[in-house]
Design a protein. Structure first.
Length: 425
């Protein structure tokens, strides 16, 4: 790596920015971190690099961006959360100045040993659970497997050995960046690519459903010559190495509820087999996989009512799946959040299938209007009302179907606050 002056655009709150900073410093770079957020909103991320800041290896510019920071560096590491990056004036200034532009996931790909096997999972829903199931299955089969990408944290700085298998959850934004010239020095690095499904999402980032869909399909461009593409039934592709995923009907009972998780488990088993691991060696651990935090997580049973935290549900489809997973119980749904520019009618339509719909946040008014009900505004008010209305044998689930950034720092923050509210009943 020839770049010696690096600018990290967006430290963020999920670990990727801090991981990139530490990685660049280890490579001998002079690093400047710039973020539009002030220091008080980046406390945990700043603490993760405090030693580098105190030693002078890292310079901070917070609460603003300065164009010169983007044009006088050798390398720009952009946060994938930056919307419409092809229109962003700071990214464009860097490109015009001949600066190489990449992202944290681009640095990860470049840092992986050539001999590693890599499987990447994307999709509008199910990608986190499927990625974690693949990782669990591989580990139980004795494979040296690591999990990273959009699921959180950073693989940068971890000891990744020559024989490792890396499982990556990749968002549409990550995939758009990886398809851009210069983002990674390795353009074909995937042994297996898996697309769970594609439904409209993240229009606020992409600008259109078509751009979002194409960004998802970009994953096929990253396959090695011997790589395999696994796709769900609704994924429209004619790729020569595409294989359709099928539901494995012989699956045992799963620890994670819902028909959609049987689909996720089937996909995970197919990916493990595509990596050369026998199904019988992975089946038990995938069946026993207890689920991810904030994904249909049983928080508590209180007065006979089960309370579930599904804060990671950020699409209307994910909310529908949560409702179906908990049937035949009558379900009280807490929905709404920040606006990603997608059609909210499918969430509003669930009013006819649920015991009650409690609409919160920025999109709450729109969902409530479409559903013909009144919004409740805040999560605390939704929990209060649901606790008053739900009867023994019923369930209450926070499954927003929307992003969290209107009232919360992240979907984790939203889920954690929900947990606290439920435990305080």
């Amino acid at each position: 790596m020839d770049e010696r002056r690096a600018t990290v655009m967006g430290l963020g709150s999920f670990g990727g920015g801090a991981g990139a900073v530490r990685h660049l410093c280890a490579l001998g770079c002079d690093v400047l971190v710039t973020d539009m957020a002030p220091a008080e909103k980046l406390t945990s991320s700043l603490e993760a690099i405090r030693d580098l800041v105190d030693s002078g290896a890292v310079t901070l510019r917070l609460g603003e961006h300065n164009v010169s920071d983007f044009t006088t560096c050798d390398l720009l590491v952009a946060n994938p959360a930056v919307k419409l990056p092809w229109e962003n004036r700071f990214v464009r200034a860097a490109q015009a100045a001949g600066v190489r532009v990449t992202t944290e996931i681009g640095l990860v790909i470049d840092a992986l040993p050539e001999s590693c096997k890599v499987v990447a999972v994307t999709g509008s829903s199910g990608k986190s659970t499927t990625s974690a199931m693949i990782h669990a299955g591989l580990k139980s089969a004795g494979v040296n497997a690591l999990l990273g990408g959009n699921i959180g944290g950073s693989l940068l700085g971890q000891d990744i050995t020559e024989n490792a298998t890396v499982v990556l959850e990749l968002s549409s934004a990550m995939l758009w960046w990886l398809a851009q010239p210069g983002c990674t020095e390795r353009t074909r690095f995937l042994d297996v690519a898996l697309i769970t499904n594609i439904t409209p999402n993240h229009v606020d980032w992409h600008g259109s459903v078509e751009h979002y869909t194409q960004s998802k399909l970009n994953i096929a461009q990253m396959l090695k010559d011997s790589g395999m593409l696994l796709v769900g039934p609704n994924v429209d592709t004619d790729h020569e190495r595409a294989q359709r995923l099928e539901l494995i009907t012989s699956l045992p009972e799963l620890a994670t509820p819902g028909a959609h998780n049987r689909v996720n488990a089937s996909a995970a088993l197919a990916a493990c087999e595509a990596l050369g691991v026998d199904r019988e060696r992975t089946l038990a651990s995938i069946a026993e996989f207890a689920g991810l935090p904030h994904r249909l997580e049983l928080v508590r049973t209180h007065k006979g009512v089960r309370w579930y935290n599904d804060s990671k549900s950020t699409t209307p489809e994910a909310t529908r799946l949560a409702l179906e997973a908990l049937r035949p119980a009558r379900v009280h749904l807490i929905v709404g959040g920040s606006d990603k520019g997608v059609d909210l009618a499918p969430i509003a339509d669930l009013v006819r299938q649920s015991a009650a719909l409690y609409c919160i946040g920025q999109t709450g008014e729109t969902i409530a209007r479409l559903a013909g009900i009144e919004p409740v505004g805040t999560l605390s008010e939704a929990v209060r009302l649901a606790a008053s209305n739900a009867k023994e044998g019923e369930a209450v689930v926070l499954s927003p179907g929307c992003a969290s950034f209107d009232q919360f720092r992240s979907f984790e923050d939203r889920g954690n606050q929900f947990r606290d509210l439920v435990h305080s009943l």
